[in-house]
Design a protein around this ligand. Sequence first.
Ligand code: B16
Ligand code: MG
Length: 213
Amino acid sequence: MLKYKGILFDLDGVICSTDEYHYLAWKALADRLGIPFDRERNNLLRGVSRMQSLEIVLQKADKTYTEEQKAAFAEEKNALYRQYLSQMSPRDLDEDVKNTLRTLRDEGIKLAIGSSSKNTPFILERIGLDRFFDAVADGNCITHSKPHPEVFLKAAEMLLLDPHDCLVVEDARAGVQSALAGGFDCAAIGDAKDDPRAAYHLTRLSDLLRCVR
Ligand code: B16
Ligand code: MG
C-alpha cells in the first residue's frame, strides 16, 4: 500500500546540484560589488525568486541601487548561472536520484517538479529529464514564489491530485513552509534536512522509498 499518489520534487538542491551554481554566480556578483556573501547567507536564497534573492544579497550593501541597476545585476547573475548550466549533461544526474525516480515511477506514483526557477526547462533538458515528469510547475507559471504554496498547488492540480495525496521533497526552509501552507506532507533533504516541520528527514533521495511504502 503506497502512502502517496504523487510526489512533487523541488529542483535545485533536490534533483540536481544546481544550488551550487546559484551560489557561485551570486558570489561572483557580490564580490564584484564588494558585498559580503558566504554559504550561510546563500542558504537564505534557497527556493526564493531571483529578484527576492537579489534583494537579500543587497541587504549587506553599503549603498542603494536603482531598479534599473537591480535588473541588470539579476541579468548578470543569471547569465553566469546559465553558463554553468550549459556545461551540464545527463552525467550530472546522480545515480541515487536517477534510480529513485525510476523506482517511484515503476511503482505507479505520479511525479512532478515544483520549482521557483525560470531556468527549469533548460535544466531538465541538460540533465536528460525533459520528458520524464508527469507535470512541471516552475517559476514561469507562478506569481508568488516559495514560501507561498502556489507552485506546489499548481503541480498537484496538473497531476489531478489533492494535496493530501502528495508528498513534497524540499531542500529549502522556504520550500518546507510552502509545502505545509499548501496542505502537503514534506520530506526535507540537504540544508532543510533537520527542519522539524518536515514529516521525513532524508540523507539521500533513495531514503524516500522507505517513506512512501
Ligand atoms: P532562477 P528551486 C529556486 O529553485 C532556487 O532554490 C533559488 O535559489 C532561485 O533563486 C530560484 O529557484 C529562482 O531561480 O533564477 O533560475 O529563476 O529550489 O525552487 O528549484
Ligand atoms: Mg531547492
